[in-house]
Design a protein around this ligand. Structure first.
Ligand code: COA
Length: 373
């Protein structure tokens, strides 16, 4: 296989989008023209999701209506609850979400190939319900009420997890993380979702395609893998030794590097600041300091920088979120970006179907089964 074909489509422009820019000269990361720093500093996840799904920032009245709409979409059909009760306690939450969203598509199917906006809102609002209905049933045998009154997607998630309303700081931290995870151009899961959409399949199929692709540790699963790595070390010094040994063995350090960015990930500094704030608030700097040392070693040794997933790990742990729920949180946020792309792809009206160079055998004569050795 030549390098051209073996490079994972690196540097290939595979289509057009008006949704976001990633690492483009003079633009950086923008969602529909708005800079990620402005969105994360002054916006909310609901504003960001609205921007992605409807194409423009909401007015304050539109935002209020949108927040209310999301709070009213948190209930699960009884049939879906029954399905979730059947999933074993050992199921990975990403599989719960993939199955739950797929099943919701059977209970509430898409009626025609439209904008998908209502389904996107339903999924953003009810994904935490799916996860925690299953989680509490399997861990405590309790059938929880998923339609809480909490105002935001972030506070709904934290309330279902901890059983009490989260602090303002915790809600803002998770909200910022959801903003950062919402959209990222033609990343693997978005591209996969676009391929499914290009066949004129339904919205749920495109989203479950995205979930399956996001799950891998080279993509969304990197935030869970980064946590496993960071928690392995007792101290910054132990981390320095351990990481150097891993690099000598040519192992991948999860949460570092990026296909598109070459100097830094613009989202990393924002989530790093949140990780620091949450660690200070908790009076527990251990994971943060270990993370900072790993960042230093990776830069000194490999000139590699942390991507969004790396400091998301310690930030999420400070919010008391179990590791296996890290990538599902990424899904809840990214549904907003996927849905914008599914809608955009539906406008293209042409199937995505590339070709491959053939490297197999030349055509051969058919051998009857009793003559094969
Ligand atoms: N740890 C150690 N080395 C890494 C690395 C990492 N996280 N990321 C890249 N490298 C090295 C590669 O081994 C390669 O070295 P080589 O030239 O000696 O073979 C070099 O840097 C170039 O990397 P490459 O594999 O070409 O990058 P890619 O564009 O194909 O892959 C990622 C990009 C993100 C998949 C890759 O950096 C990675 O696997 N990172 C860890 C998983 C992760 O954090 N994913 C989330 C992405 S947001």
């Amino acid at each position: 296989m030549t390098d051209r074909h073996n490079n994972g489509l690196a540097d290939v422009i595979a289509g057009e989008t008006a949704i976001s820019t990633v690492g483009k000269e003079g633009k950086g990361l923008t969602y529909r023209g708005y800079r990620i720093h402005d969105l994360a500093r002054a916006g909310t996840f609901e504003e960001t999701a609205y921007l992605l799904i409807y194409g423009a920032l909401p007015t304050s009245e539109e935002l209020q209506q949108y927040q209310t709409k999301l709070t009213m979409l948190r209930d699960l059909p009884t049939g879906l609850q029954t399905i979730l009760e059947q999933l074993p306690a050992t199921t990975h939450p990403m599989d719960v979400l993939r199955t739950g969203i797929s099943a919701l598509g059977a209970f509430e199917p898409e009626s025609d190939e439209g904008t998908g906006q209502d389904i996107a809102n339903r999924l953003i609002a009810s994904s935490a319900s799916i996860l925690f209905y299953w989680f509490h049933f399997q861990t405590k045998g309790v059938r929880i009420e998923t339609a809480t009154g909490s105002r935001s997607v972030a506070s709904h998630f934290l309330e279902l997890l901890h059983g009490i309303e989260a602090s303002e700081l915790d809600q803002r931290a998770l909200d910022a993380s959801l903003i950062l995870y919402a959209e990222h151009e033609f990343n693997a899961s978005t591209f996969a979702a676009r391929i499914t959409a290009s066949t004129r399949s339904d919205f749920y199929s495109a989203v479950t395609t995205g979930i399956g692709t996001l799950r891998g540790p080279l993509h969304g699963g990197a935030n869970e893998a980064a946590m496993d790595l960071i928690e392995r070390f007792e101290s910054p010094d132990a981390a320095e030794i351990g990481i150097k040994e891993m690099l000598e063995r040519k192992e991948l350090i999860m949460g570092f590097g990026h296909r598109v960015y070459s100097i830094s990930d613009p989202r990393s500094g924002i989530i790093k600041a949140w990780s620091r704030t949450l660690s200070e608030e908790a009076g527990n700097m251990r994971l943060y300091e270990i993370s900072e040392r790993i960042e230093k070693v990776m830069w000194d040794e490999k000139r590699l920088f942390p991507n969004l997933d790396f400091y998301s790990a310690s930030a999420y742990r400070m919010l008391g979120i179990p590791t296996a729920l890290f990538t599902p949180l990424f899904v809840i946020s990214r549904i907003s970006g996927w849905s914008a792309h599914i809608r955009e792809q539906r406008e293209v009206k042409r199937i995505i179907r590339p070709q491959a160079d053939y490297t197999g055998p030349e055509p051969m004569s058919w051998v009857p089964i009793n003559q094969r050795s």
